[in-house]
Design a protein around this ligand. Structure first.
Ligand code: MTE
Length: 319
């Protein structure tokens, strides 16, 4: 991943930002001392009206793991400052180049070591009653971060229906391979198709989402339509987009980034301010839309919920 460029949002005047205080009050964070609260403890606290956003949709949903100074990143940045190398390596390439990407019909193959493999259409795959709106902190390995109102279903839902066998220890995710639609796949930028992996217990964690939307709307193509992974305690590159296959495997999968640069991108990819990227520090981050850098939090602020998944592991070696 290239070093980040200065996004246009960083020169937007303060007056056009969302009203932070209104958000914090609505989310029940101010006065309630809920920073780092456990999942669900803020349930039902929104909707929040961002105001001053022109045509931008409302950020709505349950805030998970937000800190007192977190507010949703403006829609324009969430949907205009993206990494999706299938559509170009510049941050504004995906929004421009993915406009005509076809995401219907869409089939997701669930296979590998499970009792109930199958090819699912999006409609069979997503139980509408399971769809939730959740606001998560997100951090990229490039040391910028956002707060994103996602819509999706817990990945655990899909896993439970597939009934993985006892021998399944990892889950591998694969992006669509279609060089006609994805111009980046015609170039040897990464090993295509893009793949990612999680340990089965990480995949089953209640915070892990299969996202279908942002800001209460279906995912824009540049954000990984129609279905992408969201793991809020890991660097953004774990969030594989436009998924067509979910496979249960025994051995640790090699992700596209591990294959591209194994000394820079590991399987675990937990946000860890103490382990620098070989070419830059991970101690601080720039929240898109802000000037001053913030300290980066262990597990991106979700340590209370997820640190136990890694107890006993050397997180410097397992980066
Ligand atoms: N998925 C695919 N298929 N291709 C990609 O290039 N980039 C990753 C991840 N998922 C990527 C991908 C990286 S590096 C990041 S930071 C996030 O997507 C960005 O997600 P966003 O654009 O929705 O913020």
């Amino acid at each position: 991943m290239a070093t980040p460029k200065l996004p246009s949002s960083e020169i937007t005047p303060e007056s056009t930002y969302v009203d932070r205080r209104k958000f914090l009050v609505a989310a029940g964070i101010i006065g309630a001392g809920l920073a780092g609260a456990s999942p669900r403890s803020l349930e039902g606290a929104l909707p929040f009206l961002p105001g001053q956003q022109g045509q931008a949709p409302q950020a709505r949903g349950t805030p998970y793991g937000l800190q007192p100074n977190d507010t949703p990143t403006p829609w324009a940045d969430v949907t205009g400052y993206n990494n999706f190398y299938e559509f170009g390596t510049g941050k504004d390439d995906p929004a421009r180049n993915a406009t005509n990407f076809r995401t219907r019909p869409w089939t997701v193959k669930v296979d590998g070591l499970c009792e109930k493999p199958g090819d699912y259409g999006l409609e069979d795959f997503l139980r509408p009653s399971a769809v939730e709106d959740r606001i998560y902190r997100m951090r990229c390995v490039e040391a910028w971060s956002m707060v994103i109102p996602w819509r999706g279903i817990p990945l655990k839902d899909v896993i439970d229906r597939a009934q993985p066998r006892a021998s399944a220890r990892f889950v591998e995710f694969t992006t669509l391979m279609d060089p006609r639609q994805m111009p980046g796949q015609r170039l040897p930028i990464l090993e295509w198709p893009y793949t990612e992996g999680l340990r089965l217990d990480e995949a089953r964690h209640p915070l892990t989402l299969l996202a279908t939307g942002v800001y209460g709307r279906d995912l824009p193509n540049q954000n990984g339509a129609p279905l992408r992974l969201v793991v809020p305690w890991k660097y953004g590159f774990k969030g594989v987009k436009s998924i067509v296959r979910i496979r249960f495997v025994e051995r640790m999968p090699t992700s596209a980034w591990m294959a591209a640069a194994p000394s820079e991108y590991g399987f675990y990819a937990n946000v860890n301010p103490e382990v620098d990227h070989p070419r830059w520090s991970q101690a601080t981050e720039r929240r898109i839309g802000e000037f001053r850098r913030r300290p980066t939090l262990p597990f991106n602020g979700y340590a209370d919920q997820v640190a136990s998944l890694y107890s006993g592991m050397d997180l410097r070696r397992n980066y």
